[in-house]
Design a protein around this ligand. Sequence first.
Ligand SMILES: Nc1nc2c(c(=O)[nH]1)N[C@@H](CN(C=O)c1ccc(C(=O)N[C@@H](CCC(=O)O)C(=O)O)cc1)CN2
Length: 227
Amino acid sequence: MAKILNGKDLANEIKEELKLKVAAWVNEGHRTPSLRCIIVGDDPASRTYVNNKVKAAKFVGIDALAINHDATISEDALIAEIERLNADENVDGILVQLPIPETMNERKVCNAITPEKDVDGFHIINIGRLCTDMPAIVPATALGVVEMLKRYKIETFGRNAVVIGRSKNVGMPIAMLLHSDKRHDSGLGMDATVTICHRYTPKDQLEFYCRNADIIVTATGEVQTST
Ligand SMILES: Nc1nc2c(c(=O)[nH]1)N[C@@H](CN(C=O)c1ccc(C(=O)N[C@@H](CCC(=O)O)C(=O)O)cc1)CN2
């Protein structure tokens, strides 16, 4: 029988757990962890996402701040700002909300964040570590999917999983985590057999793979990719 996994309840549960962890960390005498979220331009959806991230971080006890820039900021100035935050010992995590203006090189900007502070896991070093089953900072949406499977005790070992969508920030990391090898040192190891389908997968093939799947993750950003 189908089981509905409730992401909202799980998110609240995790936030409560994190709140306790952060409080314990600070009680041990450590500095309050801090997060800086850079946003370029005035895309309303991006603002909402960043506001929600800042709100969630503050809820768990993190000193979080949104840093807003006009879309006219140059790539060099943006990277200089990231480098300033990289060097700031009081800043633990940095993210640049995507998308950024098309005039900028997104890869260059993501790689400007020092890998240890790259909370999004978009730096090429973190991507490489993820792809080689090494401990890494993993993109949040992918980690959310895995956390749901783990907390609902959904077995993945040897199961057939289909990931629909191959975006570098969502579909790809989800597929990487699902097929990760327990014998390696990431500490995760989900050991599923993973098929990645995407916009050029013929419809009959998509149906074939989905019918044979134990787990289907749609990561297309669209509803009703599969029915
Ligand atoms: N620096 C970042 N930029 C962007 C990220 C990111 O992770 N880091 N991801 C997206 C925007 N975003 C978060 O910032 C984000 C957008 C949408 C979703 C998502 O899961 N959407 C669901 C619907 C969820 C709902 O409405 O309840 C879906 O599409 O099915 C997660 C994260 C780009 N920029």
